[in-house]
Design a protein. Structure first.
Lengths: 353, 350, 353, 350
């Protein structure tokens, strides 16, 4: 089964072969490295840029406006904060020109903690991204969604931000998450599309004939159905929420886990249905907790579902401090941990463990 | 003869060839139209028919030739323009209807550039590859390399033209454009233009810029440069043609700095009154045309009067056009179809 | 009585004369203009910078670390979005060096709509600013607070963001809002400290002997006490909320209006007391409504005061679109208007008008 | 004799004067210490005593002289340093305890630079004006003009030194530093250093940079520049001294580009293995010292062995030092007192 990063690579390959992708570019995205996480190895249209995030976002806009179909990468979202103005600009091109122009570009960037990345390789970007009107924003939590969301992003006529949870990049797909056309044996897949160590000058990937699969932007997924409490989350926190639900199942608590997959547009119907069912909801993400996207979800929940709630909705998110520290204890204290998620769920259902 | 203030290569012979009288008359007519349009926009603003004015009176001698030399069309076979908010004369020279500028000033729903959303002189014309002009200074210099890559790939002669002011070159985006357009083996067909009026709002260039010429910054990157007098339309035409020919044929960048005037100050925020100290390209050019018997004073005055009158009447009609409605803010947040890609299925877009 | 912009100028003057301010700088901040809103006219330490926001924020950090006391300005907050990374850096200097360094700087910028500023002179910055840990954030709504908050910002050893609601800059102080030491006659004040039109080369301001006054950072103010509903707001929306409260008074609704003044640190005690009293709360600001600071306030309210609430807390904020359009109808439809505020308050108290 | 690859002004005579043997021995000892430190850090990382390594093996011949020439102290009378994450040798030459670097690698609470928060070689030493090193590339070039203004105001001889890599010069911040340091009448005493190893992670400089020399970019701003061989410590010392003397006395900027080696690749992310193709400054220098009878092979080997042993033992002790606790994340979000201002009440701070 493909890993998340292999799924991204396969989608980029399908994008350049069948869906008009003209450029996959960013710092160290081209040969020989193929991206600091190997996501762009062996791609026909991948190239290296100068070390200049403003140039990368700017070039993507210029390429898009000139009818190309760029997929640009910011090496780590931690380094995207000098180009927020350009992202605002991209998000406003269709609107400010009253529909004269559209700006079809994909901006990919790895997000989140979990790899002991210290201050500048642990940032989340969901809070910042959801403050950019005019952008669609997706964030997969497994290889199949990674593949299907990226293809949908590529064919979308609007700017789409593609956030990759870096701690999940090497996570393998579950049995029900096979990409149509990928080889059964994942060793085989690695042999075909992972660049060898050492000299790669002669290496060529051997692409499996994977099929189109579009995960619609704006559709969430109920990863686990449950009756007692809902956990609405995305990205790296999805497996954490599922593990917590597993734990609680043993205690007779039946938790529902919703993976949003798209942050904008938002699948409100899915959230609403879940809250109406369980009457208790925990919103979970690892971004800093002040002016956090989860607070938007809390706000909308109290505005629209106040009288459905049997307990105050909760948000569990990252500590509002300047960075995620490197030492184990510091990183753990900065972003939600399994035990915290589980106890927040328990509190919501009123079981004090 | 041609006034080049500084040049990498000696001015080519061809350069000094006089321009055809028809072209001079055409340039003059467009300069007059552009000037009258800006004067009308300023009036509208002062009369309360628009909240803000910013524009290009004083840059006509440079911007008109620029517009005439553009290879106009949609898609990467043609020129892409990333313009400044002082480029009205370029738009008119390309054939834009001046009334549309009045509409944007009055924020009418009929404003084709932004439907009443943006300030005046913030154009967007997809059919001519004029990308939306935005207020943030210098961002167009970060975007230009992108369209220039598309031009280069498309083969053909299309180039990218990006224009901004002098003060704005202090933003990192200007350096970004120099770096990205000169990557070894990936040089881009991009004509970078700095229209230098020696001001950034209230701040004189000499106070903030240690460069003898802004254009000198191209040298370290092996980018050809020129600094020219932008107040002489004949000179501007020749220098622009030379620079464009180089970019079109060599498929390499060129950095052109044109010294221009800021005739009505920065914007309505600073009063938008005529600044008598600034050189005015229009009377200077008209004097030449008279001396050379290409135009008579009478014809010139008549043209000016007629154009002024036409725009006055147009502004009255525009005043009656409907304003956008509140609910319109929700339109065009997202596009449903790919408009920019439609110009060429060539890249195998599904 | 001083206007808000005159109050800022007086505070900057006191700052450079008595509290160690070494630099007041930004684009067009120095002579002859003294700032696009005249806030820095006649100041001894005011100077013009290159047109480079990254350079401005960077220089402010460098000056601060070298023991200077800079007050930097971004001409409009709309143009601050290319330097968010540098703001994050400033906010993290004390934390990342574990207290080895502090970074005493003030970053001033005009915010908000209300002057028909179109797409790029109407942005709010409260949502973005509250996502910057390590910064203190203040936003005055009247001249006296403008004066007292700026002096507190100047003497604070940390980075402080000073947001000036541009639509209120020319608003005059109320009778109870006189700056200690300012002349009684405001014509006199204008004569003394407003630069003349035309040639200013020989002009010198004549500074009144205004006294120190420090409005503590982190303290909100109850502008109007009331029993039926609370409106928690700041900046330009304060006078709007007061006007709405005035209107509702006629209908027998007694509204309380809280002006936060500081967004971080937050005066939670003040909000809590108000909500416990009225059991109904409207949070009001003009920033875009998704991942909005008001949503943080809603979240904290439901987390801590859920069982105090007699109605679902409301947020009224700006439309989540790429910009504020220029035409009257567009600007009005984009940011909260008096009638919307009044009816939101009515709904909260259950009076349908 | 001095190897200047390119120079604005002819190398001064003084330049060629041989350095005192004591100085050469001192430089060699520091180079060895710096190399041994980096090798230890790499080992620690490979053994799991630290999550990430990045550092400066290969730059000792340049960074040691730099550290020795710094005017060290707190406040604007002294030099401010905005360093790169490869500046370990500079810190050691200034007198830093190598064990503190081991502490940062091991993320111990005792790490004086970040208390276990930041990656190794991200220093902060207020008492020496070493401002916190941060991961974002090139931002130090936007900050440097600020401290340089403080240096200029303070009178005296203090300057600001800012250092970064070659790829990073593509960021707008590098241009910002050029613009802000050369404002007419406000030139700043700032020594800008580009340590050029011809790489940005996996990307070769030649693929992205059209400049013949990065330093050429200073010319347009009237900034003095030099491109030097950074692998020869004697040459580096002389060139640095010359550049610093100019900045200290003229109170104007200087842009110095030093060609250096990246001896263990980019970081632990790329394996941190010795790259045999890269020139190694240390054996080259040691050969000279032997030929000139300044040091014997025996003494050199003995020094290397002893230093390696000391650091190995230190790393074992560091392993036992306590880790920070979770609750510590809330410390130092805000400062209670003004530490940086305390260096001089001079500016009348209340
Ligand atoms: C990023 C940014 N910062 C500040 C402003 C405010 N502003 C508008 S025009 C201007 C001066 C521009 O000067 P210059 O680049 O020389 O162009 P000119 O107006 O002289 O043609 C400034 C500072 C802006 N629009 N964008
Ligand atoms: C703003 C930013 N973008 C990207 C990165 C990731 N990154 C870390 S080091 C590096 C290469 C730096 O190359 P160079 O400036 O030449 O310095 P060197 O490492 O070669 O000394 C990159 C891209 C970063 N740290 N900061
Ligand atoms: Mg100008
Ligand atoms: Mg390098």
């Amino acid at each position: 089964m493909a890993t998340l990063v292999q799924a991204v690579r396969l989608a980029l390959h399908v994008g350049e072969e069948r869906h008009g992708v003209t450029d996959v570019f960013g710092e160290d995205v081209g040969a020989p490295l193929g991206g600091v996480f190997t996501q762009s190895q062996g791609l026909r249209t991948a190239w290296n840029t100068p070390l200049d995030e403003r140039g990368i976002v700017g070039a993507a806009i210029g390429l898009a406006l000139a009818g190309q179909r760029p997929v640009a990468e910011i090496q780590f979202c931690d380094y995207a904060f000098n180009a927020i103005d350009l992202m605002k600009l991209a998000g406003g091109i269709c609107w400010s020109s009253a529909g004269d122009y559209n700006c079809p570009m994909v901006l990919m960037t790895p997000v989140g903690s979990g790899i002991r990345g210290s201050l500048y390789h642990s940032h989340s970007f969901d809070g910042q991204a959801t403050r950019l009107p005019g952008w669609k924003i997706v964030i997969p939590s497994n290889p199949l969604d990674a593949y299907g969301l990226l293809l949908s992003a590529i064919v979308d006529p609007n700017p789409v931000m593609y956030l990759s949870p870096k701690a999940l990049l090497r996570a393998k797909a579950g049995p029900d998450e096979r990409i149509p056309g990928e080889p059964d044996d994942d060793k085989a897949l690695a042999k075909m599309i992972d660049a060898p160590l050492g000299d790669r000058s002669k290496w060529k990937p051997e692409w499996p004939d994977v099929k189109d699969l579009f995960v619609p932007i704006g559709k969430a997924k109920v990863c686990r159905a449950g009756r007692h409490v809902s956990v609405v989350t995305y990205g790296r926190m999805v497996p954490v929420a599922l593990a917590a639900a597993q734990q609680l199942a043993g205690e007779g608590i039946d938790a529902e886990v919703v993976d949003l997959r798209s942050l904008h547009p938002l699948d409100w119907e899915c959230i609403e249905a879940s809250v109406r069912k369980t009457n208790r909801v925990l919103f979970l993400n690892e971004d800093t907790e002040v002016t956090n996207f989860g607070e938007h979800l809390v706000r909308r929940t109290v505005e629209e579902l106040f009288y459905e709630l049997h307990a105050a909705p909760r948000l569990l998110a990252g500590a509002h401090v300047p960075g995620v520290g490197l030492a184990d204890n510091l990183e753990r204290a900065s972003v939600p941990q399994l035990d915290q998620v589980a106890s927040a769920m328990r509190e919501l259902v009123g079981h004090e463990a | 003869m041609t006034t080049t203030i500084a040049h990498d290569s000696a001015p080519a012979e061809a350069n000094d060839a006089a321009l055809a009288p028809e072209l001079l008359v055409r340039m003059h007519e467009l300069m007059v139209r552009a000037r009258c349009l800006e004067e009308r926009l300023i009036r509208m603003n002062k009369q309360g028919d628009g909240y803000f004015w910013i524009g290009g009176p004083g840059e006509e001698a440079f911007n008109v030739p620029l517009g005439l030399l553009v290879q106009k069309g949609q898609g990467p076979q043609f020129d892409y323009l990333h313009l400044h908010y002082r480029s009205s004369a370029t738009l008119l020279a390309m054939g834009a209807d001046p009334v549309d500028a009045l509409r944007q000033m009055k924020s009418t729903a009929s404003d084709p550039y932004s439907a009443g959303r943006n300030f005046c002189n913030h154009y967007s014309v997809r059919k001519w590859n004029v990308v939306p002009v935005s207020s943030p200074i210098e961002v167009q210099f970060s975007m230009a390399p992108g369209s220039a890559m598309a031009n280069k790939r498309a083969g053909g002669k299309g180039i990218t033209i990006v224009q901004g002011g002098d003060a704005g070159t202090a933003e990192g985006d200007f350096a970004t454009c120099l770096v990205w357009c000169s990557r070894p083996g990936n040089e881009l067909p991009c004509l970078m233009i700095v229209t230098n009026n020696l001001w950034g709002i209230s701040t004189p260039a000499g106070q903030q810029h240690g460069e003898k010429h802004v254009a000198d910054r191209g040298r370290a990157f092996g980018i050809k440069t020129a600094v020219i007098d932008g107040n002489d339309p004949e000179n501007a035409y020749r220098e622009l043609k030379k620079a464009m020919d180089y970019v079109r044929t060599e498929r390499k960048p060129f950095l052109l700095e044109a010294m221009v005037s800021r005739l009505y100050g920065h914007s309505s925020a600073s009063g938008a009154n005529l600044v008598s100290e600034e050189a005015d390209c229009l009377p200077a050019f008209e004097k030449k045309l008279e001396e050379r018997k290409i135009l008579t004073r009478v014809a010139i005055d008549e043209l000016r009067a007629r154009t002024t009158q036409e725009l006055l009447e147009a502004s009255k009609r525009v005043r009656e056009e409907p304003q956008p409605q509140g609910a319109d803010i929700w339109k065009h947040v997202f596009a449903d179809v790919d408009l920019v890609g439609s110009a060429h299925g060539s890249n195998g877009r599904s």
